[in-house]
Every structure is written in structure tokens, then in C-alpha cells.
Design a protein around this ligand. Structure first.
Ligand code: HAM
Length: 425
């Protein structure tokens, strides 16, 4: 048994290990190829950003900024944070590099670690990973909203993510005849049913009434069902934008469900919001969240700019795929080189080099092993073949290849061997 190490990964962080990392790589490679097919290029923003960037973009009153950021005073005393999300960073980069000069819209994707000091549980970590994409500049055509959702659903389809379910909503825009008017109505309605709500929701009536709709508390559900709905309060432009988004999704064959309670926990959203849930995740079942954020770039000091995007929780995506039995088998070796003797050593080194450069995985034991021992280790490493090289074989120029599954053995010359392996692997 491994002795307990003095050091352990910090609470809420973890090591990702093989064979699971093979699945992480597959998930990332698939994202790259699907996103590229939709015309997205990769951006790699830094993990550290000025705290003020998130305070302004995500919102000072949100849980993320108020409670969950890892923030420190850098040596020059400027307040710096580990990014809790990357939309703000992408908008900062858009402004900093004058991307409004590029052909619009600019389509960018990213993947990497994010940090939030949340209470860790299954599917919720303090260092977690997102795969996200943003479309910036140009128009706010509903086709863009629909195409972004189509892209995520195409990606999940390619991964065969079980039970992927897209939910959409429109939260309008910040005006008296639209969301502001709705929030006032909602607040008045909440005041009337206050006694039936828990402490958190009661507090939110003042600080952020929309977030009450997010509540998962069982006793509050019936009351929430009676509250006014935003769809009835949207202004004409937002209403027709939302109708067009739905129409565009239908034209693309993207299945969705409307959820009037989908408000999202970040301040920058307007109009379209969406979330995707997947199977096997328990209570943390949102595997992707996104929405439109026209005005965010301007809020950060840039030109008026339309924007929409999403971020996938990669940890949850991998978890859901694993639960569905999509964990790849522990990778073995194609060939284990069982060598013995001084002549054989030089030949074994050369053989390993030749095989590896042909893309065949070869395990070369660093020190001589008895053949019995070597074969044992070859099967432990899940090798397909053992190449047996003793001094005799080397002198005769006839190499023995053992198929470990059935114990059969064949003889080859050096050049025949490579041909055979290329054909059979
Ligand atoms: P978000 O909803 O805060 O949105 O996060 C997106 C996804 O990241 C969530 O649906 C979830 O899968 C995953 N996630 C969030 N927190 C954790 C955590 N502590 N542990 C594991 N996974 C987590 C955003 O971050 C927006 N920036 C998305 C966006 C991009 N909107 C427009 N563009």
C-alpha cells in the first residue's frame, strides 16, 4: 500500500491521471476539429487578470466575484485574480488587440483551467476546466445564436454525450419596457410570497430577484411556478429576436426545451441564455452554459460590440462520458522488446528506434531480463507482441515475434518484421 504522502493536492483541486487523461485529450481534440469546422480559431489568454476586469464584467454582486475568486495583491500592490471564467479575458483581448479591425464577427475558442472557491463536490471543483467559444463583433443576427448552439450540440453528438438536453430562454435587455420592468414585477410578486421562501431566496428579493428563479429548494418550487414570467414582459425587439432564434434552431434541426427560469449567474447576459444538461452528473448536471452579452465589450472600454458564447465544464463532460462507459481501455504497448545479451542490446536499441519512428509503440527494458520475466512484464503492460531478441536470433538475423494473446510465435527478418507489424497493427 502506498504510504500517505505528507503533501496532498489542495482541497478542490486534483491530479488528472492516465488512462483518464486519454479521454481528456480526445475531448479536446474533438473540440478543436468541430470548432475549426465552424470557423473558430484558438485564443490562449493568461490565467491571471486584473481583479477589476471580472468585477466589472461578471458583476461585483455575483457569487463568483463576491465570494469565489482567488485574489491577491501583486508585488506592485495591484489586485490580481486567477480567472474564474474566460469571457471577460476574451473581451479584454478583443479590445487590446483592436480586433474590431478584423473581418467580423471574430470567432474564438479557448480551453484551460478556471478557479472558483466553491464548496467541492462531485462535478464541482476549485480548479476546473472549461472549453469555451465566443463570437464577437458584427451583427446580433439570431442565426449567430442558433449556430453557436448548433456547434455545441454537434460537438456533444460527436462525443456521444448521453442525455444532452439544450434549454433556452431570453432574458431581454436592460430597459424599463423589458427586463427592468419584469424585475420590478417579479420583485413585487416575490414580496407577496416572501413567507413561503427560504432565507437565501428572501435575501435575493433585494439583491438579485432573478436568481430566486434558480432555486432548487423543493419547498420553493410550487411558489416559483406562480411567479410572473419574463416572456410576457419582453419588449418587441427582444421578443422577435427570441422567436427568430427558435426558428433558426428548428431550421438547423437542433432540439431544445424552453425554460423560463434560466437566468444564469453572471451579470453580462442579455437576450438569449442557454444551458445544456447531461446524464450521470447528479445535482451538478449543467455541462455547458452560455448566452448573448451585447454591451460587455463596451462596458470594458471598447467599441459597441455584439457578443455571444458558451463555456463547457470539461470535468463534467468527461465525468458524464465516463459514467456512460466511454473511458478508453488502459493503453498497452504494441511491442515489448525482450532482449538478452550484449549483441542483442545494440540490436534492441535499433529495433526500438525503427519501430517508434514508424509510429509503433515499443517498450525497451533498460536492463537485461530473463525471457520468462520479460514476458510476464510484457503482459502486465498489456502488450500485443513480444519481440524476442537473444544473441542467437541476432546472429542468425531471424527475429521471433510472440503474439501474447495466444502464445503463437513467428520468425521474421528485420525488414519483414516491420512490414508485418505495419499491416497487423
Ligand atoms: P458558467 O455557467 O459560470 O458560465 O460556467 C460554464 C460551465 O462551467 C458550467 O455549466 C459548468 O459545467 C462549468 N463549471 C462552472 N463552475 C464549475 C466548477 N466549480 N467545477 C466544475 N465545473 C464548473 C461561464 O463561465 C461563462 N463564461 C460562459 C459563457 C461564455 N458565456 C458566454 N460566453
Amino acid at each position: 500500500m502506498a504510504s500517505k504522502s505528507k503533501f496532498q493536492a489542495i482541497r478542490g483541486t486534483r491530479d488528472l491521471l492516465p488512462p483518464e487523461t486519454a479521454l481528456w485529450n480526445r475531448v479536446e481534440e474533438t473540440a478543436r476539429s468541430v470548432f475549426a469546422a465552424f470557423g473558430f480559431g484558438e485564443i490562449r489568454p493568461p490565467v491571471l487578470e486584473p481583479t477589476e476586469l471580472f468585477a466589472r464584467a461578471v458583476g461585483g454582486d455575483t457569487d463568483i466575484v463576491a465570494k469565489e475568486m482567488y485574489t491577491f495583491a501583486d508585488r506592485d500592490e495591484s489586485s490580481t485574480s486567477l480567472r474564474p471564467e474566460a469571457t471577460a479575458s476574451v473581451c479584454r483581448a478583443y479590445i487590446e488587440h483592436g480586433m474590431q479591425q478584423l473581418p467580423l464577427p471574430v470567432k474564438l475558442y479557448y480551453m484551460g483551467p478556471m478557479f472558483r472557491r466553491e464548496r467541492p463536490q462531485k462535478g464541482r471543483y476549485r480548479q476546473f476546466y472549461q472549453i469555451g467559444a465566443e463570437v464577437l463583433g458584427g451583427s446580433d443576427a439570431p442565426a449567430i445564436d442558433a449556430e453557436v448552439m448548433e456547434m455545441v450540440m454537434t460537438y456533444f453528438g460527436k462525443l456521444e454525450l448521453p442525455g444532452a438536453q439544450l434549454e433556452i430562454n431570453s432574458i431581454g435587455h436592460n430597459a424599463d419596457n423589458c427586463r427592468r420592468g419584469y424585475v420590478a414585477r417579479l420583485k413585487a410578486a416575490l414580496e407577496k410570497v416572501k413567507d413561503q421562501l427560504g432565507a437565501d431566496s428572501r435575501r435575493r428579493i433585494e439583491s438579485n430577484p432573478l436568481r430566486v428563479l434558480d432555486s432548487k429548494l423543493e419547498p420553493e418550487q410550487a411558489v416559483i411556478q406562480t411567479l410572473p414570467r419574463i416572456a410576457d414582459c419582453l419588449c418587441d425587439e427582444c421578443k422577435s429576436h427570441y422567436a427568430a432564434v427558435k426558428h433558426q434552431l428548428e431550421m438547423r434541426g437542433v432540439l431544445y426545451r424552453e425554460n423560463w427560469r434560466l437566468v444564469r449567474g453572471l451579470d453580462y447576459y442579455m437576450r438569449t441564455t442557454f444551458e445544456i444538461t447531461a446524464a450521470g452528473l447528479g445535482s451538478q448536471n449543467a455541462v455547458c452554459g452560455g448566452g448573448r452579452y451585447d454591451g460587455l465589450v463596451e462596458l470594458l472600454g471598447g467599441p459597441p460590440t455584439k457578443g455571444i458564447g458558451f463555456a463547457i465544464g470539461e470535468d463534467r463532460l468527461v465525468l458524464s462520458l465516463e459514467e456512460a462507459g466511454k473511458l478508453p481501455a488502459a493503453p498497452g504497448r504494441d511491442v515489448y522488446i525482450a532482449w538478452m545479451g550484449e549483441h542483442a542490446r545494440a540490436t534492441a536499441i535499433r529495433a526500438a528506434k525503427t519501430l517508434r519512428s514508424a509510429g509503433i509503440s515499443a517498450e525497451l527494458p533498460p536492463v537485461e531480463q530473463k525471457f520468462g520475466k520479460a514476458l510476464e512484464r510484457a503482459s502486465k503492460l498489456n502488450s500485443r507482441y513480444a519481440l524476442i531478441l537473444g544473441d542467437n536470433e541476432v546472429v542468425e538475423g531471424s527475429w521471433a515475434l510472440k503474439t501474447l494473446a495466444d502464445g503463437t510465435q513467428q520468425k521474421f527478418t528485420e525488414s519483414e518484421l516491420l512490414d508485418f507489424l505495419k499491416r497487423s497493427l
